[in-house]
Design a protein around this ligand. Structure first.
Ligand code: SAM
Ligand code: SF4
Length: 331
């Protein structure tokens, strides 16, 4: 299988695909209240185009795809799209990131269609705090979505909590208990300065070391780094005491997670984004709509990967920031 390797000898095996920039929530660290200037729908890649691009990536060695957004479940036809993707021979792992607002009704069908696992945003277990963070979110619907994902046998169900000082940091411990009770994975995320809304989030920045110290006190046990549990993703995992509970932390600012980055991102309008924290991007839509054949498209993808930067430039002091909104990038 041909490999996509960048100039720093990192092999790209993971594609995150934002299927829409639209969302039914307005998390304040992700999107401005008014929403973002939506892309016109005809600017979005069609599901047919997306399937073709993803097939090309699998032929270049990518075997892991995560569907994200915006909120992927608000795009009409998503289920049929998932069915198409799961027929791609090279695709070993198809997952989704969702706010779970619509998941209660879709979890079983999604699982049957080929989404084996989900990541779900859950920043608070208190309805009023949840609403303040998401601006219009419905905690009850989300909790029902989580239960539905577990009942459908998605494995693992990962809960992602963006920890924000003064907003939800008093829920680190209850969130841990909630996840342990359900056998869900839990990951704590530091706020990242992506886009205008992301800067608002960094006003509440809380470093991972502090989160871990709180958990250690709560569990009354050591947090032992899980060997080999880091994988190529940005999360670092810790076993709580003798286990089996474990937690992950995603720490963009306080630790570089770039050295073994294996991923690139595709926006809904077909821009290949080479790094979450840099502006470099290459349009694949142009080539698709100019009628380029598979080999020509692959040449564009390879040339793009050759431009992947070594690392992001997030920096908590200078607050140097990427200009995009996280909602168009999919996290
Ligand atoms: N709507 C889906 C969801 O909320 O899971 C998928 C897209 S969302 C952009 C993906 C992830 O990005 C979520 O876990 C969200 O919490 C995270 N995210 C968005 N903005 C962020 C920021 N400024 N800092 C850290 N994480 C952020
Ligand atoms: Fe929507 Fe997810 Fe962004 Fe919240 S984090 S506004 S749910 S895309």
């Amino acid at each position: 299988m041909p490999k996509l390797t960048d100039p720093f000898q990192r092999t790209i095996r993971y594609l995150r695909v934002s299927v829409t920039d639209r969302c039914n929530y307005r998390c304040f660290y992700c999107m401005p209240l008014r929403g973002v200037p939506w892309e016109e729908r005809d600017q979005f890649l069609t599901f047919e185009e997306l399937t073709r691009v993803i097939r090309l990536f699998t032929e270049l060695g990518v075997d892991k795809v995560r569907l994200t957004g915006g909120e992927p479940l608000v795009r009409r036809g998503i289920l049929e799209f998932v069915r198409q993707l799961s027929r791609l021979p090279g695709l070993a792992d198809l997952s989704m990131s969702t706010n779970a607002h619509l998941l209660a009704d879709h979890a079983r069908d999604l699982k049957e269609a080929g989404v084996s696992r989900v990541n779900i945003s859950l920043d608070s277990l208190r309805p009023e705090v949840f609403r303040r963070i998401t601006r219009n979110g419905d905690l009850e619907a989300v909790l029902a979505g989580i239960d539905a994902a577990l009942a459908a046998g998605m494995e693992p169900v990962k809960l992602n909590m963006v920890v924000m000082r003064g907003l939800n940091d008093d829920e680190i411990e209850p969130m841990f208990d909630y996840a342990v009770e359900r056998g869900a994975d839990l990951r704590f995320i530091e706020t990242m300065p992506v886009g205008e809304a992301g800067i608002d989030g960094t006003d509440h920045f809380m470093p991972a070391v502090e989160i871990l110290a709180r958990l250690k006190a709560h569990a009354g046990a050591e947090l032992v780094p899980v060997k080999g549990g880091k994988g190529a993703g940005p999360a670092r995992y810790y076993q709580v005491g003798q286990g089996p509970a474990r937690v992950g932390v995603i720490s963009a600012l306080s630790r570089h997670f770039c050295d073994d980055c294996n991923r690139v991102r595709l926006t809904a309008k077909g821009d290949l984004v080479l790094c979450l924290g840099q502006e470099d991007r290459v349009s694949l839509r142009d080539g698709l709509r100019q009628g380029l054949d598979d080999e020509e498209m692959k040449a564009i993808i390879r040339a793009a990967i050759a431009r992947k930067p070594r690392s992001h430039e997030f920096n908590s002091d200078t607050r140097r920031v990427a200009l995009r909104h996280m909602s168009s990038l999919g996290g």
